[in-house]
Design a protein around this ligand. Sequence first.
Ligand SMILES: [Zn+2]
Length: 188
Amino acid sequence: MARRTLKLVAVDRPFVVRGSKIAGKGAFATRDIKKGERIIEYLGERITHAVSDARYDDHSGPAHHTFLFNVNRSVVIDAYVDGNAARFINHSCDPNCESEIERGRVFIDALRPIKKGEELAYDYAYGRDGTETIEDEMELYGCRCGSKKCRGTILEEVTKAQRAKLEAKANRVHHEKHTAARTSHHKK
Ligand SMILES: [Zn+2]
């Protein structure tokens, strides 16, 4: 399939990629960045959700999730393939950047003024499909952004009612495990 060549927005890329406390590598501002400034376009292979699901098993580990960008219902950008430095921008629950989707293209813009040396981050807010458990949130999609507003997960925020449902489900799973253990013990 022919791939379109997308023009890079910022010739003067205002960040460097190096080790981060949040996760693996991160992007750090090399100069002050103005609020609203376009920082970089998120590039990679454009694939369908079906291809993405086939390519990456949901429970094989958390790492790959951070290189996939869900553009809309039909397109996912896989930054593992032909990705640029945008894939190193980490998630934060209290971010200084935001992702903007314009006509199917994804850009990372400054949400507020950023000082030279600050780590760039945006809220990944991964969509939920309703099957995620509290354990998934913490283990598979756990967040260690370190901000005071950290919600503990890179999944999108949920309402109080949704949160209660999740917790009820977690209790149920715990109860089932406990019951199963007891049953097997009695069988012996
Ligand atoms: Zn966080």
